[in-house]
Design a protein around this ligand. Structure first.
Ligand SMILES: Nc1ncnc2c1ncn2[C@@H]1O[C@H](COP(=O)(O)OP(=O)(O)OP(=O)(O)O)[C@@H](O)[C@H]1O
Length: 215
């Protein structure tokens, strides 16, 4: 259960939610239904007031902040709604930063990044381009590359398609699913048409008994 400070009611009350390893899961919910709150709990930015969150067999919500940061960097790849690339760094440096924070810089190589960029249909020439000089579509794909560089067991993707037209959105989804084949994937969006890409679908209403209580 999670309640924002000062709020009368919890925004999220999930009785029980389990996802099998390796599954690709779509969570749909209207604006304000608690999608970002759920993802912030899953990435450890927020802490539930009661209940526990276990990820990949680890009791994630009971880890110290430092251990949570380490666990997230090593095991979770996140693609944010706004991508969160560091604009003054190059594409390669943005991706290298993710390897560095995971303590995996010894595995980082420009070759590995080039291979990822190729899979994501981005030209190699972009490697040394500043993130600020990328188109929105290119930023999205670099954000996927950054999330995948540490070969995360869990990928969390927050509504990254809202600014795209239907064609670009389909292409993005195909690239994401083709490159994240080895990861468990949790994808949240208000766009129900994306559900067709996933084997498992949930609605925030079904997950969140706090909302059912209010309705
Ligand atoms: N920092 C906060 N303090 C208090 N209430 C908050 C805070 N952040 C979100 N809320 C409230 O929690 C509810 C869920 O918000 P959340 O951002 O998780 O929804 P969402 O489904 O991600 O919405 P959107 O699709 O518009 O991004 C909303 O009613 C919102 O007003």
């Amino acid at each position: 259960m999670f309640r924002y400070q000062g709020a009368a009611q919890p925004v999220l009350k999930v009785d029980n939610w389990q996802i099998n390893r390796g599954s690709h899961v779509f969570v749909e919910g209207a604006s304000g239904s608690g999608k970002s709150t759920l993802l912030n709990l899953l990435t450890g930015t927020l802490q539930p007031q009661s209940g526990t969150i276990s990820l990949l067999g680890t009791s994630f919500s009971s880890l110290s902040m430092r251990k949570k940061d380490q666990f997230r960097a090593r095991n979770i790849g996140v693609v944010f709604q706004q991508f969160n690339l560091i604009h003054y760094l190059s594409v390669a440096q943005n991706i290298e930063a993710a390897a560095y924070f995971a303590g995996r810089q010894q595995y980082f190589s420009l070759n590995a990044v080039s291979t990822l960029l190729e899979k994501l249909q981005l030209p190699k020439a972009l490697l040394h381009q500043k993130a600020s000089a990328l188109s929105v579509g290119q930023q999205q794909r670099v954000a996927i590359a950054r999330a995948l560089i540490n070969q995360p067991q869990l990928m969390i993707v927050d509504e990254p398609t809202s600014a795209l037209d239907a064609n670009a959105r389909d292409k993005f989804m195909q690239l994401l699913l083709a490159t994240a084949t080895d990861s468990t994937l949790i994808f949240v969006s208000h766009d129900t048409s994306l559900a067709e890409y996933f084997s498992h679908h949930y609605t925030m209403e079904a997950l969140n008994s706090a909302r059912r209580d209010v309705c």
